[in-house]
Design a protein around this ligand. Structure first.
Ligand code: CU
Length: 401
């Protein structure tokens, strides 16, 4: 049924490509794909030599092109520019069928200038225009057909490596696509769990740091327990030549990437994505599940929600082992993922952090806003005489650590 593996679009001859400037740029990347990782700085230098007007042209195309209405959302905080933050509520619903099926995943790799914070922009590399890329949800035993399309305005080749795949490169070689091309492969989801996917074109660290990562959940046969809210959060590092807090269009630093010295740390793509833009929300009494992953590419996360205790932690993304119970934190390695579950007992604004807290000073924070009735047996602020101070009268502007 799925023997339509080769399409005309796959038999592309790079030598006949008329766009020589872009092609020569890409051939540098093609050499890298063959394993010449030492050439990465050269390819990077080529990219930096790209005419400045192309940068502006790229962003204008995004504004005016037909894709803008289809792929991109506008950041309400910065309506002048496309936004790459993934809404953490964008989690597909649980799978209700109890038989395996053949399912489709379509990914489009898009390079796009977007806000990094209130002052700066950055040329992100994305799956489907968001960081992280869209959350994928299938069931163990499913056959997954993956279509990867590289947008024609890209400057680089891209592909996708799913950690949920059993097979060479997780699909990377099978999906390496130049701008304007598409590639396909299929895999059978053999092992349940929560897995990272990412671009694996060398320099892989560069493609990941620019935003090319996401999560795929392979549900176990019986599914997961039902909760009131499921959220999707991923942590990443951004390595800019300019120091944290600079203004204007910032440029990637290959040296800082190699030194593992990021300037910015982000949840869901840009500074403020999960605070000002898309805070997580719940009501008192509701249960929350967070699918959390680290795109990285380099830093371990000590994921913590200030003021909450995780009732259950599914380490290393495993949903077939019993969860750890009653934990302050979940450690997640680069390229790894995990799941936390908890009940919201009292209202307030809870702060999502990596408890390596210097990173909060470089952009890494999110909010979970819980509304509802206070429970003074569980938590109460007290005045000098021991009387309860209502939560509404507390100054909640400061981040409690
Ligand atoms: Cu890529």
């Amino acid at each position: 049924m799925s023997e339509h593996v080769r399409r005309p679009g796959n038999s592309h001859d790079p030598v006949r490509e008329p766009k020589l400037n872009r092609r020569s740029l890409l051939l540098g990347t093609a050499g890298l794909a063959a394993g010449a990782t030492l050439a990465a700085p050269a390819a990077f230098a080529q990219r930096r030599d790209f005419p400045n007007r192309m940068l502006h042209q790229a962003s204008h195309d995004v504004h005016g092109g037909s894709l803008s209405s289809r792929v991109y959302t506008v950041n309400p905080l910065y309506p002048d520019m496309a936004d790459i933050a993934e809404n953490p509520a964008n989690v597909p619903p649980p799978i209700e069928r109890r038989e395996p099926a053949t399912v489709q995943i379509e990914l489009e790799t898009i390079e796009i200038e977007a806000h990094l914070d209130a002052h700066a922009t950055y040329r992100f590399w994305t799956f489907n225009g968001t960081v992280p890329g869209p959350f994928q949800r299938v069931r163990v035993g499913d056959t997954v057909e993956v279509l990867l399309r590289n947008h024609e305005d890209s400057w680089f080749a891209h592909n996708v490596d799913f950690h949920a795949v059993t097979g060479p490169g997780g699909g990377a070689e099978a999906t390496t696509a130049y701008p304007g091309e598409e590639r396909r492969f299929r895999f059978k989801a053999l092992n349940p769990g929560l897995y990272v996917y990412h671009c694996a074109v060398p320099s892989v660290a560069m493609h990941i740091s620019n935003g090319m990562y996401g999560l795929i959940l392979i549900e176990p046969e019986e599914g997961l327990t039902s909760v009131d809210h499921e959220y999707y959060v991923m942590q990443g590092e951004i390595y800019t030549e300019e120091r944290f807090g600079s203004s204007g269009l910032l440029h990637e630093s290959f040296d800082k990437l190699m030194d593992e010295q990021p300037e910015y740390y982000v949840f869901n793509g840009h500074v403020g994505a999960l605070t000002d833009h898309y805070p997580l929300r719940a009501q008192v009494g509701e249960t929350v599940r967070i699918f959390f992953g680290v795109g990285g590419p380099n830093k371990m996360s000590s994921f913590h929600v200030i003021g909450e205790i995780f009732d259950r932690v599914y380490l290393e993304g495993s949903v077939t082992n019993p969860p750890l119970r009653d934990s302050q934190m979940m450690q997640v390695a680069p390229g790894g993922a995990g799941i936390v579950e908890f009940t919201c007992e009292v209202p307030g604004r809870y702060v999502l952090v990596d408890h390596a807290l210097s990173r909060a000073e470089r952009g890494l924070a999110g909010y979970l806003i819980v509304d509802g009735e206070e429970d003074h047996e569980i938590f109460a602020a007290l005045d000098e005489s021991g009387e309860v101070i209502p939560h509404s009268e507390l100054d909640t502007g400061a981040h409690g650590h």
